[in-house]
Design a protein around this ligand. Structure first.
Ligand SMILES: NC(=O)C1=CN([C@@H]2O[C@H](COP(=O)(O)OP(=O)(O)OC[C@H]3O[C@@H](n4cnc5c(N)ncnc54)[C@H](O)[C@@H]3O)[C@@H](O)[C@H]2O)[C@@H](O)CC1
Ligand SMILES: [K+]
Length: 496
């Protein structure tokens, strides 16, 4: 699903109005109706007291229509505030204001400098400003937004929290309405996926307001959100008459005396993700632990690597590797193979910059924020970091998996795939090692690096989601392993 800019959304809006055809005021009614459907699922109690705060543009117009529709659905305790901080009002706002005057809903208008009454409603619907935002909030807007944030109410935004830019840089000090829920029209906005939006958005829901999807999908965009349908398309179900050789041989070069667990986790992840064979190049003191935890995994001593190299279909290096820089340097001298570089190996790369110049094309690097900044310099915003990631991926022909709540997979052609799965219960040591094992496993199974990255990130998060949905508030990395086949299994069920 491509993620589009505010300007492109306006194009899609115009196109739909012309070709559907539908009058703009009716499109607003349709959008407001879809908002109301989700809102009623979130707050089914018709006695919920609701304050709808509206600006005078189309976001405000939506707010007015929403107030009227909620009242028609039996929500009687509704009040509307209109922020008259600008002389302009959109046509559809005016039309909806006229319609609202035919209802008993009380409307209060506020002008610059007006005192703001205490908000006592259980829910505030934020329809002040939407995707039309073109500068940070100041003056009366900022005062109103802070006033809303100070109320004890639940806050639900129409389309986007007021003050949050839909795309581009989100300045750290940017003030927005801090929402519990955002009900967003047609597409999530790019900024929803940046950590800087955490305060502004607790969760978001996307509703289809009937804009022309085929038109939207044709709009050029370098950003796309991975969907279950994409995963279905990429994943190949295991076929009859296949054997372990069909599914490739993965090698994990990992572990050190104090960090052997990282190696075991990544080897386990390779195994559970379906590589036909998995070998571990670990220090010999880890052998007993390896044989105990994953007897299916074979051992490859570091000294055997030069002769054994040819038999591996993919290599992952880094989890718990410690300071064993020589191993990384050696790997980069052998015939290039599908390669994943993670964790300690990334830090070694950051320290030994000549090695950076030897990365094979299409290799996958999986830095988290700090590792990324160690490699490429510090960044003040995630937007800047993502811009650097795109430049570096293009210049070096590599794939960068920039890990976060929503992991960004950045490919050499500058495209960014955003992974939606995963949850905060997974935020603990070792889950990254599991991801490395999964990536290496899918590469060994002959998926392209781009496919492997998309599959691994999605299924890694999906495995964690299965556990979180079963009530686990914390998902330790070890518990993820057995859930990888379950996450893959759900694809098999849907495929059959
Ligand atoms: N697909 C669509 O495009 C649809 C859009 N709709 C709604 O329309 C919204 C966009 O409406 P508009 O383009 O009228 O814009 P907004 O209603 O978001 O903003 C209104 C105006 O406020 C001004 N403004 C921007 N930033 C400001 C700031 N920091 N301080 C003070 N004033 C500022 C701008 O002049 C802007 O045009 C969407 O978010 C959505 O809610 C819906 O009605 C349905 C269809
Ligand atoms: K809003």
């Amino acid at each position: 699903m491509n993620i589009i800019t505010a300007a492109q959304t306006r194009d899609a809006d115009r196109h739909t109005i012309e070709t559907d055809p539908i009058a703009s005021i009716d499109l607003m009614e349709r959008a407001s109706g879809t908002f109301v459907t989700v809102f009623m699922q979130l707050y089914p109690d018709r006695n919920t007291s609701i304050l709808v705060c509206c600006g005078t543009g189309n976001n405000g117009g939506d707010g007015l229509a929403i107030a009227r529709l909620l009242q028609a659905h039996g929500y009687d305790e509704i009040a509307v505030w209109i922020a008259r901080f600008s002389d302009r009002e959109s046509d559809d706002f005016s039309a909806n204001l006229a319609r609202l005057h035919n209802t008993p809903i009380p409307i209060t208008e506020f002008f610059p400098g007006d005192e703001l009454p205490v908000i006592h409603q259980a829910v505030v619907i934020d329809a002040l400003l939407g995707s039309g935002l073109n500068k940070p909030l100041t003056g009366d807007w900022l005062r109103l937004v802070q006033h809303i944030n100070e109320a004890a109410s639940r806050r639900v935004a129409v389309d986007i929290p007021t003050g949050l830019p839909p795309d581009g840089i989100i300045p750290e000090a940017q003030y927005t309405v801090y929402t519990h829920d955002v009900i967003s029209f047609q597409r999530p906005k790019l900024s929803f996926f940046f950590p800087e939006s955490a305060k502004a958005i607790e969760r978001f829901h996307v509703v289809d307001i009937g804009l022309d999807e085929s038109f939207i999908e044709r709009l050029p965009s370098d950003f796309s959100l991975i969907t279950a349908a994409d995963i279905q398309r990429i994943y190949h179900k295991r076929k009859p008459f296949t054997h372990k050789g069909t599914y490739g041989h993965a090698l994990l070069i990992a572990g050190d005396s104090r960090t052997m667990g990282a190696a075991l986790l990544s080897c386990g992840a390779s195994l559970y993700s379906g590589a036909g064979l998995t070998s571990a190049c670990i220090p010999p003191e880890g052998l007993v632990a390896l044989n105990t935890s994953h007897p299916e995994v074979m051992y490859c001593p570091a000294a055997d690597l030069p002769e054994a190299w040819d038999k591996f279909d993919a290599v992952g290096i880094g989890p718990g590797l410690g300071q064993r820089e020589k191993l990384l340097a050696e790997c980069l001298t052998y015939v290039a193979k599908p390669l994943v570089i993670d964790a300690d190996a990334i830090n070694l790369l950051a320290r030994a910059s000549p090695l950076m110049g030897r990365l094979p094309g299409q290799c996958i690097l999986t830095p988290h924020m700090k590792e990324f900044d160690r490699l490429f310099g510090t960044h003040r915003t995630w937007w800047d970091r993502l811009c650097t990631a795109r430049e570096q991926a293009e210049a070096r022909h590599i794939i960068l998996v920039l890990k976060n709540r929503y992991t960004f997979i950045v490919t050499p052609d500058g495209k960014v795939y955003i992974n939606p799965t995963g949850n905060p219960a997974m935020a603990s040591g070792g889950t990254g090692d599991v991801l490395t094992g999964m990536l290496t496993s899918f590469l060994a199974q002959h998926y392209t690096p781009e496919e492997a990255a998309i599959l691994a990130c999605y299924l890694h998060g999906a495995a964690g989601d299965l556990l979180a949905n079963e009530g686990m508030a914390v998902v330790p990395a070890g518990r993820l392993l057995e859930n990888i086949p379950r996450a893959i299994g759900t694809l098999n069920q849907q495929n059959s």
